[in-house]
Ligand binder design. Structure first.
Ligand code: PEP
Ligand code: MN
Length: 266
């Protein structure tokens, strides 16, 4: 169902009127984790001031260590709902189990399936029968064929509103947190009719190369870019080393806008 051979035209994902996959790149910014109302509100104000419409923030955090911050859970989703109303932004947040899904749908606009759950088939089937868009991240050790099949699981249940997101894969290279598989973008665009995003934060894990990674993503045909922004990354409860602060976000945003003005990206 996700194959280009089945459907030649691009699927457009509609997030409350914000269309993804039309040829004009879209951006998803926001903190790694929802930590407090004020923390998210500061980022939301910056996003809103740029005329952007989407914000991300994790409430259920899949952390490597059980002793690390696990996210605010439902409380975090309620904060996102509040932010959405106040700032007029659509919200994206990760759900890690089908058990949280029904409840979550009252609070968020897009359900993110994280890299660690890309082959959680029950979760994939569950988001396949909701009527909200799904942002599906590539598993850190998943082949593109496995990634595409994960999207197929979702679509097999009727939901075609799927955004694929390359977020880096695990290789022997340690200079970056993961290795950004940039060639995944044109391959996924050729093989499927779904919009493709690149998460430059988790793929590189390095603030200093977010901008060139984002330019590369847009130049190679990505439908959008995701990156993490935190008012004070040094005290962030997750991913402190890689999130941009608000000033870095301004600079990143401006540079990317200039890049888009001077380059043909589609
Ligand atoms: C995230 O986007 O917050 C996240 C945990 O990313 P990933 O699933 O790609 O590691
Ligand atoms: Mn993160």
């Amino acid at each position: 169902l996700v194959s280009r051979k089945r459907k030649a035209e691009d699927t457009i994902v509609d997030i409350n009127g914000q269309k993804i996959g039309t040829g004009t790149p879209t951006f998803i910014y926001g903190p790694c984790s929802v930590e407090s109302y004020t923390q998210v509100a500061e980022v939301a104000a910056a996003i809103q001031s740029k005329g952007l419409k989407l914000i991300r923030g994790g409430a259920y955090k899949p952390r490597t260590s059980p002793y690390d911050f696990q996210g605010l859970g439902l409380e975090g989703l309620k904060i996102l709902k509040q932010i959405s109303k106040e700032f007029g932004l659509s919200t994206i947040s990760e759900i890690v189990t089908p058990g949280h899904l029904d409840e979550a749908l009252e609070y968020i606009d897009v359900v993110q399936i994280g890299a660690r759950n890309m082959q959680n088939f029950e979760l994939l089937k569950a988001v396949g029968s909701i009527n909200k868009p799904v942002l599906l991240k590539r598993g850190m050790a998943a082949t593109l064929d496995e990634f595409i099949h994960a999207a197929e699981y979702i679509m097999s249940q009727g939901n075609d509103q799927i955004i694929l997101c390359e977020r880096g894969i695990r290789t022997y290279e340690r200079a970056t947190r993961n290795t950004l598989d940039i060639s995944a973008v044109p391959i996924l665009k050729q093989e499927t009719h779904l919009p493709v995003f690149v998460d430059v934060t988790h793929s590189t894990g390095r603030r200093d190369i977010l901008l060139p990674a984002a330019k590369a993503a847009l130049a190679i045909g990505a439908d959008g870019v995701m990156a993490e922004v935190h008012p004070d990354p040094a005290v962030a409860l997750s991913d402190a080393a890689q999130q941009m602060n608000l000033q870095q976000f301004d600079e990143f945003y401006e540079s990317l806008q200039n890049f888009l003005k001077t380059h043909e990206v589609h």
